[in-house]
Write a protein that binds this ligand. Structure first.
Ligand code: PMV
Length: 348
């Protein structure tokens, strides 16, 4: 029985990869398993209004509002998402939808909104699915939500649960799959409780390289096979580290992963440098600070110039004063975002 009309509203966060997903095969399946911290503050809020059509049409019928205004440039992305997921949600053409979405972080911040945005939309759609398919279990619901989010944007599948999720089949991670992400199913040491992520907005410009183009550059890349193998090994290491709470080992894996991601882009054809001079200044300052203080502060990077600073909660005051006194100067307009490890999507 299809409901006539209603509104579903949810929120879903961004996530930051510790072992990076970079390289995929059709359709949106990862070349290696990746693991991420789910974030708490950087999120998308989406409401999905659905209204049953009098007569189902051959087209998807949806309107899109971003921060209250029509957003035609997002439409093709949603259109192809709907096309891709229609076999899994056969009711899509029965409804006309109004999708209203907004982010808690500034739009032109260089922070990718695809993970939070696509996971939020998948979440809303699956809440509608749940009204139609009332026998679906919580577990199936969550799994299918991640599966659909993945088809929207790969890394989006890691945003639905927290505090840590894994996407991609990996021998050391029970229940892991290429098709959807799972909550990290092993012990997490208290050292990672309330782990902090302060995002320095070094460059707020549009991304130079779309992630689609970036992933494609791993096909025929001279180092791709080694890279996928290395990522697999790093995830095995990180699984142990998350259990033992060894923060020095954590730093080594996480920083190496960030630099390797950028090394892959520097060594592809065409090649790209996505860091900015201030990215390198910040990295060097983090290393100096660690050496001088014994802090466990480390950095990671996405496919851009912004720097994510990761550190244990018990260092919060000290690191924040280091950031404000030494690092804010290298952020565009002095902007940074204080985030931390979070728990994933929820219904509002
Ligand atoms: O989800 P995509 O296709 O935008 O790829 C994201 C890739 C990185 O953010 C660079 C790494 C990752 O694992 O999130």
């Amino acid at each position: 029985e299809l409901p006539d009309n209603g509104v579903i509203k949810c929120t879903s966060p961004s996530n930051i990869a510790l072992v990076k997903y970079w390289g995929k095969r059709p359709i949106q399946l990862p070349e290696n398993a990746s693991i991420s911290f789910t974030l708490e503050t950087c999120k998308t809020i989406t409401s999905l209004a659905y209204k049953r059509k009098e007569t189902p049409s051959e087209d998807f019928d949806f309107e899109l509002l971003f921060e209250g205004k029509p957003k035609p440039d997002f439409k093709p992305k949603i259109q192809s998402f709907f096309t891709r997921i229609e076999t899994y949600l056969p009711f899509l053409k029965e409804y006309s939808f109004t999708i209203e979405t907004s982010n808690t972080f500034p739009h032109s911040s260089g922070i990718a909104s695809s993970a939070s945005g696509m996971s939020a939309l998948a979440y809303c759609l699956m809440q509608l699915e749940r009204k139609i398919n009332t026998s679906i279990t919580e577990h199936e619901l969550l799994q299918k939500t991640s599966f659909l989010a993945r088809l929207g944007s790969g890394s989006a599948c890691r945003s639905l649960e927290g505090p840590i999720t894994v996407w991609g089949k990996h021998d050391a991670i029970g229940g892991s799959s290429d098709a959807f992400a799972v909550k990290f199913p092993h012990t997490i040491h208290d050292n990672f409780k309330e782990f902090q992520d302060t995002i320095l907005l070094v460059d707020k410009g549009e991304k130079q390289v779309s992630s689609t183009v970036g992933h494609d550059l791993m096909h025929g890349h001279p180092f791709s096979a080694k890279r996928f193998e290395q990522a697999t090994n790093n995830l095995s290491k990180l699984k142990e580290i998350l259990g033992t709470g060894d923060l020095d080992a954590f730093i080594e894996v996480v920083e190496s992963e960030a630099l390797t991601l950028h090394a892959m882009m520097m060594t592809s054809l065409p090649y790209f440098i996505l860091m900015k001079p201030n990215t390198l200044v910040v990295i060097n300052k983090v290393w100096e600070y660690r050496k001088a203080t014994g802090s466990k502060l480390c950095f990671t990077l996405d496919a851009g110039a912004n720097v994510h600073l990761l550190y244990p909660n018990n260092e919060k005051d000290k690191v924040l004063s280091f950031i404000t006194s030494e690092l804010v100067a290298y952020c565009e307009n002095g902007q940074y975002i204080c985030d931390k490890i979070g728990l994933g999507a929820k219904l509002l």
